[in-house]
Design a protein around this ligand. Structure first.
Ligand SMILES: [Zn+2]
Length: 200
C-alpha cells in the first residue's frame, strides 16, 4: 500500500483524483495553500499548487484560524452527517456552500417524514407542528434523525423532497430535522418560493 492509500478515505481520495476536490474552508497566502475537509472521514486536507496532503486538525487551526476549524467541528460533533444530503446541510450551515446549493441537493434527495396513519396514494398525513399560528411539516434528512420522535409515530415514509414539497398545502411550511442542530424552518412563503423557483 502506498502512502497515498493511507490518507483520508476512499471518498476524499476519489474526489481529489477526479478533480472534483473538497469544499474549501480557508486560504493561506503564506503557504500558497488552501484548507479542505472531508466530512466522511473527518480529515483535513491542504491543497498546494501541485499536490494535496492531509493536515492534523490542530495544525489546521493554527495555520487557518481556530474559528474556521472550530465552527465546522462544533457543528460536525453535534451532527455527524449520515449521507450526502446531510454533508451538504452541514456545509451550507457552516457557510461553505450557498443555501441554494443545499436546496438543489435536497430536492433530488429522499427525506423522511413520520405519520400516525399508514401512508398510501390517497392518504398522506405527515407529522405537523404549529408555531405562532404557522403549520410546519416535519421532515428529516436521514432515517436516523427520525428516531427521537418515532415512537409516537409508527409510520415513516422516504419521499423525494421535491415530491414532498409539491404534495403539501401552500399554507404549510417545512421544518427540517426538528430537535437537531443542523436544520431549519422554512415558512410556507419560503416553500412556495422553492416551488416557484425550482419545481416548475
Ligand atoms: Zn475522507
Amino acid at each position: 500500500m502506498s502512502e497515498w492509500d493511507n490518507k483520508g478515505c476512499v471518498t476524499c481520495r476519489q474526489k481529489w483524483l477526479s478533480g472534483e476536490g473538497l469544499i474549501k474552508l480557508g486560504v493561506s497566502d503564506e503557504r500558497h495553500a488552501s484548507l479542505h475537509y472531508c466530512s466522511s472521514c473527518k480529515t483535513f486536507w491542504e491543497q498546494y499548487e501541485r499536490f494535496v496532503d492531509t493536515i492534523a486538525g490542530d495544525e489546521a487551526a493554527r495555520v487557518y484560524g481556530r474559528e474556521t476549524v472550530s465552527n465546522l467541528l462544533e457543528l460536525q460533533s453535534n451532527f455527524d452527517p449520515q449521507n450526502a444530503l446531510e454533508a451538504s446541510l452541514v456545509e451550507s450551515q457552516s457557510g461553505r456552500i450557498p443555501f441554494v446549493k443545499f436546496i438543489e441537493e435536497m430536492l433530488k434527495s429522499d427525506v423522511f417524514v413520520l405519520s400516525s396513519d399508514e401512508v398510501n396514494a390517497s392518504s398522506f398525513n405527515p407529522v405537523q407542528y404549529e408555531r405562532s399560528g404557522e403549520v410546519f411539516v416535519a421532515a428529516f434528512t436521514s432515517l436516523e434523525r427520525t428516531k427521537r420522535i418515532a415512537k409516537q409515530f409508527p409510520y415513516c415514509l422516504a419521499i423525494k423532497a421535491s415530491e414532498l414539497l409539491s404534495r403539501i398545502s401552500p399554507k404549510v411550511g417545512v421544518v427540517l430535522n426538528p430537535g437537531w442542530n443542523a436544520g431549519f424552518e422554512l415558512p410556507a412563503s419560503g416553500v412556495n418560493g422553492i416551488r416557484r423557483d425550482f419545481l416548475h
